[in-house]
Design a protein around this ligand. Structure first.
Ligand code: S3P
Length: 441
């Protein structure tokens, strides 16, 4: 099978209503929480993607029964620390930073050795951010330069910790909360705000969690070792996947799109706030609450008068995965846009700041990276006709999908490599483009 995609034609105007696959962050968290519950959990609309399927494989390796039914996934937990597995069990997180970081917290109390591995991209990423707090709990983790593979040994004698998390990383916060759940006593975390799905799930499961919101940070406490029962959960649509189609609609002519049942949790909707500030017409309709999360239909309209933005750095963690797409919107906006404190963007599946800059230069958009800030000089008349090749991007799923959206919205003749990368987070991405009338080979 060929590994690249050819796009030679812009998408025609569309007016459609579509669904989007389940949220990746919530899918991984629900699978993890179900694996430690007492009894059976049923998870509906679990994302069927490599990151999530690898999480299920890993959970099975830890001795938990997982059965895929027609409409839901059943996970049969044995309670906290109810895993049973052999010494030196190998867990492969493949591409998923989220699963790799979270599972480390889950196995904090198991004193059989586990080896945690990942693919090339994940093996390049730094794990100091989670190794440091986990060592404080009493876990032992051996590795070369704090990178995968990690040799992990939990302990029966975990001690609660006080920790300050300054990166605004939900993965770090969640890893600590999961270790704290297996630890007697009260763990305290002072952290920069980040996506809060773990906290909402803990609250829904009635765990002993307390959150005090301060001006610039959250103070979270968790009293550990509370068992909980299996649960039912229906995963809402993923705002990060929906965002590709929000930007496609904005940049296409005379189009309208309704995205149904999307998770619009405030900690994830920075992209909507920023695009609205840039003049985009985006409306949230049919809003409702589900087990602490906010769900809504998103209505988006084409826009021919986008304006630039000075993005407040406080927004970064609310739109971290959407930044490359926001940069693309800025490329077609009037004026010069500015972003700052983008260090975290360099530590994703690829260095997304470097690749976004290279990408925008390739399509003729002036931009400057200065340390971790980014300046983009927009061109409202941007329209492409040349040949473009997108290759060597660490198979980063979000860079692949960004390229497809640029091709569909702006024109040009594109050869985009590593199309299998979509399987990481959004296997239905190309089908959804076809649903809107997009053509590719
Ligand atoms: C995620 C948190 C974010 C995000 C990632 C998913 C999560 O990473 O980039 O795609 O589900 O917790 P950080 O926590 O490193 O910011």
């Amino acid at each position: 099978m060929k590994k690249f995609l050819l796009i030679n034609k812009k998408i025609n105007s569309f007016n459609k209503s579509i669904g989007i696959s389940g949220d990746k962050s919530l899918s991984i968290r629900c699978a993890i929480m179900a694996s430690q519950a007492i009894g059976t959990s049923k998870i509906f609309n679990l994302l069927n993607s490599e990151d999530v399927n690898n999480a299920l494989i890993a959970i099975r390796k830890l001795g938990i029964k997982v059965t895929q039914k027609k409409n839901y996934c059943e996970i049969h937990g044995n309670g906290l620390n109810g895993f049973s597995f052999r010494e030196n069990t190998k867990i492969n997180a493949q591409n998923s930073g989220t699963f790799a970081r979270l599972i480390l917290g889950v196995v904090a109390k198991t004193n059989k050795k586990i080896v945690l591995k990942g693919d090339k991209s994940l093996s390049n990423r730094d794990f100091t951010r989670v190794i440091e707090p986990l060592n404080k709990f009493g876990m032992k983790i051996n590795s070369k330069n704090n990178k995968l593979p990690l040799k992990v040994l939990g302990t029966k004698y975990l001690r609660p910790i006080d920790y300050v998390e300054l990166k605004g990383s939900a993965q770090v916060k969640s890893c600590i909360l999961l270790a704290a759940l297996n630890t007697p006593g009260i763990t305290k975390i002072k952290c920069k705000p980040s996506r809060n799905h773990t906290e909402l799930l803990f609250k829904f499961l009635k765990l002993n969690l307390n959150i005090k919101k301060k001006n610039k940070y959250d103070l979270i406490t968790l009293k550990g070792e509370k068992q909980y029962r299996g649960f039912n959960y229906r995963i809402p649509g993923d705002i990060s996947s929906a965002s590709f189609f929000i930007v496609l609609t904005l940049l296409s002519k005379n189009s309208k799109l309704i995205l149904k049942n999307i998770n619009v949790n405030k900690t994830r909707t920075g992209i909507i706030d920023v695009l609205k500030k840039m003049n985009a017409k985006i409306l949230l309709r049919n809003r409702r609450e589900y087990k602490g999360e906010q769900i809504s239909d998103i209505h988006v309209y084409s826009s021919n008068n986008l304006k630039c933005i000075k993005c407040p750095k406080e927004f970064n963690s609310r739109l971290i995965d959407e930044l490359p797409l926001i940069f693309l919107a800025c490329a077609k906006a009037k004026g010069t846009s500015y972003f700052q404190n983008l260090d975290e963007l360099r530590h994703k599946e690829s260095d997304r700041l470097k690749l976004s800059s290279k990408f925008l230069k390739m399509i003729g958009i002036k931009n400057i990276v200065n340390k971790n800030s980014f300046m983009i000089k927009g061109n409202p008349n941007l329209s492409l006709s040349k040949n473009f090749i997108v290759k060597n991007f660490m198979k980063d799923h979000r860079i692949f999908m960004l390229s497809c959206i640029a091709a569909m919205a702006l024109g040009g003749k594109w050869k985009i490599y590593d199309k299998d990368s979509i399987n990481t987070s959004f296997p239905k991405f190309l089908k959804t483009i076809e649903e809107l009338g997009g053509i590719f080979k």
